[in-house]
Design a protein around this ligand. Structure first.
Ligand SMILES: [Ca+2]
Length: 323
């Protein structure tokens, strides 16, 4: 190639070219460097490189792989040779290099850092024109790293939130299990509610309502789920009238009350309040609670609720037979 170039240009042509491209052009000794002036046209550049070869130097050109334009101001480090900066045409040139294999690295912000191997043979480099692919700039890389870092932190935070949520969930489940166990122990034997009263009125009725059912003499004697039954309906004074919750449902709420059936149509009757009525609530092995009817007017005696295994007392008279 060198010989071809020499043949093409010759000394006379070189002189003409020197005149054509003017001061500061390729002919300036050591004039290839940044700030050399506006980029030249490609044929001119090839000619300039040819002249550099004639001078015994080895030029290399680096262009943008997308546009073909020379990449100015790039750093090119050649192992065992030195570091160079491309001129406005994207060219570096060096001399005094022995034949052999070399490696260089091209670096410029906005381009992909590119390692390139080349051979010098008989003082020449056959391929001396390299296209470099544009890449992200430092700012873009920094932004990308920051974005990745943000995403990493967010993912970590999400994992931490999920971990805490799982712990919280496990804690709640453990609490709920402990609560179920407590209720199960509390209610293992169910409940028995026993009503006794004096000579009058003749008929008091014990009622239990829960969810969709209502156990009493005038409704059903056994709940739909079979867990509650009216054992005995007493209609002729004294009692006992008994409801048993044989199988307690911890998720259900039970409401228990007494209706003065005898005086059911006289809400202001105070006979229930004077009846001496007594309600005892038993667990499987012990008496849990006792209710004595308060004095006053009323045909309904609201006794208590059972919620979460616990008896919640109400113990109040009401003049309405329904709530
Ligand atoms: Ca009764």
């Amino acid at each position: 190639m060198k010989r071809l170039v020499l043949a093409l240009f010759g000394i006379g042509m070189a002189a003409a070219a020197f005149g054509q491209f003017g001061p500061g052009g390729f002919g300036t000794p050591g004039g290839f460097g940044p700030g050399r002036g506006p980029a030249a046209e490609e044929p001119t550049i090839r000619m300039n490189m040819a002249f550099m070869k004639m001078e015994g130097r080895i030029p290399m050109r680096f262009t943008n792989a997308l546009t073909g334009a020379g990449v100015a101001g790039a750093s090119v480090d050649i192992g065992n040779v030195g570091s160079f900066v491309t001129d406005s045409d994207g060219i570096i040139a060096f001399s005094g290099v022995r034949d052999g294999s070399y490696r260089m690295t091209f670096r410029k912000d906005g381009y992909i850092e590119t390692p390139i191997a080349f051979d010098v043979k008989l003082g020449l480099v056959i391929l001396d024109w390299f296209s470099i692919s544009p890449g992200p700039t430092e700012a873009e890389l920094r932004e990308r790293r920051e974005r990745e870092e943000r995403a990493r932190r967010e993912a970590e935070a999400a994992r931490e939130r999920a971990r805490l949520a799982r712990e919280e969930q496990a804690r709640r489940e453990a609490e709920a299990a402990a609560e179920r166990e407590r209720i199960r122990e509390l209610t293992a034997g169910g409940f028995r509610i026993v009503l006794n009263w004096g000579e009058s009125p003749s008929d008091l009725d014990l009622h239990l309502e829960s969810g969709g059912y209502h156990v009493s003499y005038w409704n059903m004697h056994v709940s739909t789920d079979g867990g509650v039954r009216l054992d005995r309906d007493d209609v002729d004074c004294f009692g006992p009238e008994t409801i048993t919750i044989g199988r307690y449902d911890p998720s259900a709420e039970y409401t228990v009350y007494v209706i003065d059936y005898t005086n059911r149509n006289r809400g202001s009757s105070s006979e229930l309040g004077r009846s001496g009525a007594l309600v005892q609530v038993y667990g499987s092995d012990r008496l849990l609670q006792t209710f004595r009817v308060p004095s006053g007017a009323g045909v309904r005696w609201n006794l208590f609720r059972i919620a979460r295994g616990e008896i919640v007392p109400v113990n109040a008279l009401s003049s309405q037979t329904s709530r």
